[in-house]
Write a protein that binds this ligand. Structure first.
Ligand SMILES: Nc1ncnc2c1ncn2[C@@H]1O[C@H](COP(=O)(O)OP(=O)(O)OP(=O)(O)O)[C@@H](O)[C@H]1O
Length: 235
C-alpha cells in the first residue's frame, strides 16, 4: 500500500507552481518533504489532498487514481491532510470538532474513542472550545480530526511549527507510532528537522516546484549536511 505521485503539475489559477513532481509515500514509513520557503511544499500537499486542481500528472493510492475526485473523496479513499493553518473549527468544542469530522466517514464515530485514547489531552479538554486551546493542543486536535477519518496515508504540513519542545516531542512520538502501525506519512518539515529526519526513511528536497534531490533522511543528520543541501538549492 502506498501513495504515488507522478509528474504532478499544479498551481493557483494560471500560475504554475509545481513542475512535474514525483514522490512515493510508502505505508509504514515517514517520508519527509523539505525545501526553502516558497519551494511548493504546501502546494504539493494541498494538490495531493484535492484542495487544489492538478494541471497534469497522477496521484495513485492503492491502485486508485485520485485525480479530480475532490477533497472529501480523497479522504474517503484513505488520504488525510493536516494543513498548516485553519485546521480546526475554532468555534466548536474539541468533541464537536471530532464529531464534525466523523459525520462524513463510515465507521468514524467508533474511531473517536480510539483517537481520544491515543491523545488523552483531548479527552481532558473535550468540552473546551478549539479557539481556547494552546498551539500544541490545537495541532493535536487537527491530527486527531484527520485520524477520525481512518486514513492509511497522512499528509502533515509542518505540524510542529512554533510549538513548545514538549509538544514537538509528543507529536514526533505519536506520528512514529502511527507509522509503526502501518500508516504512510508525508511530513513537510521546516522546524525541528533533526527529530523528524531521525525517524524518517526518505527525504525529498523541493526547490522552485521541482524535486531537486531524494536522499536517505539519516544522511541529512551528518553534521552540516542538511545546511549544505538546502544551500545548494538556494544557489
Ligand atoms: N493562494 C495562493 N495564490 C497564489 N499563489 C500562492 C498561493 N499560495 C501559495 N502561493 C505561491 O506558491 C508558491 C509556493 O508556496 P507554498 O506555500 O507551496 O511553499 P512552501 O514551500 O510551503 O513555503 P513555506 O515553507 O514558506 O510554507 C509561493 O511562491 C507562494 O507565493
Amino acid at each position: 500500500m502506498q501513495l504515488e505521485v507522478r509528474g504532478l503539475k499544479s498551481g493557483y489559477g494560471k500560475v504554475q507552481i509545481l513542475h512535474g513532481i514525483n514522490l512515493k509515500v510508502p505505508s509504514g514509513e515517514i517520508t519527509t518533504v523539505l525545501g526553502p520557503n516558497g519551494a511548493g511544499k504546501s502546494t504539493l500537499m494541498k494538490t495531493i489532498a484535492g484542495h487544489l486542481p492538478m494541471m497534469e500528472g497522477e496521484v495513485v493510492h492503492n491502485g486508485q487514481h485520485l485525480n479530480g475526485i475532490g477533497p472529501l473523496h480523497v479522504c474517503i479513499a484513505g488520504v488525510g491532510l493536516v494543513p498548516q493553518d485553519a485546521n480546526v473549527f475554532s468555534d466548536l468544542s474539541v468533541r464537536d470538532n471530532l464529531n464534525a469530522s466523523a459525520a462524513a466517514f463510515e465507521g468514524a464515530i467508533e474511531r473517536i474513542a480510539e483517537v481520544l485514547k491515543r491523545f488523552p489531552i483531548l479527552q481532558e479538554r473535550s468540552n473546551q472550545l478549539a479557539s481556547t486551546l494552546s498551539g500544541g493542543e490545537r495541532q493535536t486536535l487537527a491530527i486527531a480530526t484527520a485520524l477520525v477519518a481512518g486514513p492509511d496515508i497522512l499528509l502533515l504540513d509542518e505540524p510542529t511549527a512554533g510549538l513548545a519542545p514538549i509538544f514537538v516531542d509528543r507529536i514526533v512520538g505519536w506520528v512514529e507510532e502511527l507509522a509503526q502501525d502501518g500508516t504512510g506519512i508525508a511530513w513537510v518539515v521546516e522546524q525541528n528537522p533533526e527529530k523528524i529526519l531521525a525517524i524518517s526513511e526518505d527525504a525529498y528536497v523541493l526547490d522552485a516546484g521541482r524535486v531537486a534531490d531524494v536522499l536517505k533522511s539519516k544522511t541529512l543528520l551528518e553534521p552540516g549536511r542538511l545546511e549544505e543541501v538546502l544551500l545548494q538549492v538556494h544557489a
